[in-house]
Design a protein around this ligand. Structure first.
Ligand code: CP3
Length: 349
């Protein structure tokens, strides 16, 4: 891995202290931006993801408005499920859907035996269009869902309150569930390799539902597949960010996995999370962790909350990437992001 880089985000991800704290926002492209709505009103979400010129345009939109250190590929964690043979759609008001659901061993045959990642070439094409539009200081982030979170959707077929189908599958057919997790993990390695070749400087794994299982179950069912996944991603020789969403209880469990940056959920106190990492002696760099709904507050409130995180980071973080502790919501006012960025830029430890 390079030691010196002109990209502040890559430096921080490698544990250095760049001259400015890098900042970007999870879900920075999306429905809170009128220019996104404008494109989206004429095209279905999945078609937008599959059209490189439009996906690239939507990726760049937030960078035209804000002084951000990174662009994140516009796509979705469920896009690769199409290469496994599932149909993917976003239904208005109901969220993402995958068909057919894979609810047990008997359903595994509904997935393709061999997966051809070139079916997802449109993603590489979008990255190739985005890269030349960035300055040398800006970082291009590629991403995928972590296997457990992707499998949650693959098994449930859509959003779920209690993940009953997923848990029944995991608890009653451990071996078959493991086959499914590993299938997604293999695809993830090929998919992120393709993204790196197409220009991604950093990759991020979203494990948004990691908090929906106990520590013991994470250790038993998820940890082994994540260990091998991160080991294989090391071959890319680029920084890897891991986001265990709602996963406060997984902090100590995932310690030991070989990624570079831990993205911290907004539910955790940033300073306490840093202390926990310190006591576990894991040398992770950190990303986070403003509550995205703080952005609905007043200017003074947003500035204070932003400063709090910067102060906590300045006490004990190694590399720090400022971010929200989960994705921006459609109601986010545009000025709120401007105040947050300004406060990060002004901060002096
Ligand atoms: O961060 C970015 O700007 C990049 C784009 C991005 C999207 N989804 C775009 C999107 C990323 C990184 C994701 C990841 C993703 N998708 C996650 C992990 C992160 C997280 O938020 O926990 C998850 C769990 C998904 C699954 C998913 N896709 C959900 C829950 C939704 C929202 C459904 C809804 O209707 O509210 C989507 C759709 C989606 N993905 C949208 C966007 C901008 C909204 C689609 C629209 O325009 O209607």
């Amino acid at each position: 891995m390079p030691n010196v880089t002109e990209k502040p985000l890559v430096s921080a991800a490698l544990g250095q202290k760049p001259s400015r704290t890098p900042i970007w926002f999870m879900r920075q492209a999306g429905r809170y931006l009128p220019e996104y709505q404008n494109i989206r009103k004429n095209i279905e979400f999945v078609d937008l993801c599959k059209t490189p010129a439009l996906a690239a345009e939507v990726t760049i939109q937030p960078l035209r408005r804000f002084d951000l250190d990174a662009a994140i590929l516009f796509s979705d964690i469920l896009v690769p499920c199409m290469a496994l043979g599932q149909e993917f759609s976003i239904d208005k008001g109901h969220g993402p859907h995958l068909f057919p659901p894979i609810r047990g061993e008997g359903d595994l045959t509904k997935l393709k035996d061999t997966v051809d990642v070139s079916e997802l070439d449109f993603v590489a094409e979008a990255l190739e269009l985005i890269k030349p539009q960035l300055s040398p200081q800006q970082t291009l982030i590629g991403f995928a869902g972590a296997p457990f979170t992707v499998c949650s959707y693959m098994v449930e077929g859509g959003p779920s309150k209690d993940f009953s189908h997923l848990k029944r599958f995991m608890f009653t057919q451990k071996h078959a569930f493991n086959i499914l997790l590993n299938k997604v993990s293999d695809l993830t390695v090929s998919y992120l390799t393709m993204q790196h070749r197409a220009g991604a400087d950093v990759v991020m794994l979203f494990d948004s539902w990691a908090g929906n299982i106990s520590q013991d179950d994470y250790r038993e069912h998820i940890y082994p597949v994540m260990t091998s996944l991160f080991k294989r991603l090391k071959n890319l020789q680029i920084p890897v960010i891991y986001f265990p969403g709602q996963g406060g209880q997984q902090l100590s469990v995932c310690a030991g996995l070989e990624f570079d940056v831990l993205s911290i959920d907004w539910r955790l106190n940033f300073g306490s999370a840093l202390k926990t990492l310190d006591s576990l002696k894991v040398p992770y760099n950190v990303q986070g962790n403003l509550d995205p709904l703080y952005l609905l507050g007043s200017e003074a409130f947003i500035r204070e909350k932003t400063r709090n995180i910067m102060e906590q980071a300045s006490v004990s973080a190694r590399g720090h990437i400022f971010n929200v502790g989960h994705g921006l919501t459609p109601l986010t006012p545009i000025e709120s992001l401007e105040w947050t960025i300004d406060e990060v830029r002004r901060f002096k430890a």
